[in-house]
Ligand binder design. Structure first.
Ligand SMILES: [Zn+2]
Length: 274
């Protein structure tokens, strides 16, 4: 347990038990603003009905040893911050959410290594133990490519709520679709998906970043959706209206309504007409 400022534990990246240093997820240099007051829904606590926690300037935790913290800071964080600034620029440019990302002079391999580092850092240590390939991918600067079981996606996350889900299973009815780790804070949300597929086609896959050479630079233009993050649930990008409709649909279902979805949609439409 923490005594004063000293915490010893298993580093999420190298796996050694060492004194842990504070890691900002994402790095502070990649934030829209250090003054940003952000509500972040954290994994199990939020799913069990716990409140979102408010963080100023992104959230941070003692999860990496000093060596790993410095390593990411030296090798990846500047590239990740450059990448993030293009997203911030796009979000600020228009009053409407953007649907395209344009970014110049990006080193994709370093960006995706920082994303995978954040996925490991925001998950319990057992996750890194179970996925040694991800640890090696981050810790070896020149390592390229990920096994086909892993996919990485991104999207614009424009709001003032974010989430950090830790490792979760994605179910549809009774079948396991995939497993995922998700982090969302403006300007971007990220999904690490493994052992499956997701049905939602809105996030843009960037797994190809992992196949670039370490110092390869690219100008990138790609479609990128702005998705609302209003809940703790992984891969849940419903807006307020869709969430209200789902709540009503559940109520109609419980009451034995023969067409609960249609009834809920009709009710929400009535509410909107006032
Ligand atoms: Zn370490």
């Amino acid at each position: 347990m923490a005594r004063g400022k000293e915490v010893t534990g298993q580093c999420r990246l190298c796996g050694f038990v060492r004194p842990l240093t504070k890691e900002h997820i994402p790095p502070q240099s990649a934030l829209v603003s250090r003054n940003l007051r952000l509500w972040v829904y954290r994994g199990d606590a939020a799913l069990d009905g716990g409140p979102a926690k408010q963080y100023q300037g992104g959230f941070s935790e003692r999860v990496l040893c000093e060596e790993c913290n410095n390593f990411c800071g030296r090798e990846y964080v500047n590239d990740f911050a450059d990448w993030s600034r293009w997203g911030i620029r796009m979000l600020r440019r228009t009053s409407r959410p953007p649907d395209t990302l344009h970014a110049e002079n990006i080193r994709p391999l370093r960006v995706i290594k920082q994303i995978v580092a954040m996925m490991l850092a925001s998950s319990p240590a057992y996750f890194g133990e179970a996925h040694p390939e991800l640890r090696r991918f981050v810790l070896a600067i020149d390592a390229r490519g990920l096994s086909p079981r892993y996919r990485v996606y991104t999207y614009f996350s424009p709001g003032l709520t974010g989430r950090s889900t830790g490792p979760t299973k994605v179910w549809e009815h009774d079948s396991l679709l995939a497993q995922s780790v998700e982090i969302a804070q403006p300007p971007f949300g990220y999904v690490l998906l493994f052992d499956g597929l997701i049905r939602d086609r809105r996030p843009t896959e960037i797994t190809w970043f992992a196949r670039c050479a370490a110092d390869e630079t690219r100008d990138i233009t790609m479609p990128l959706a702005a998705l609302p993050v209003l809940e703790a649930f992984p891969l849940d990008w419903r807006n307020q209206r869709e969430m209200r409709t789902t709540v009503l649909e559940n109520l109609y279902t419980e009451a034995g309504h023969p067409q609960p979805r249609e009834a809920a949609e009709a009710y929400v439409a009535t509410e909107e007409r006032g």
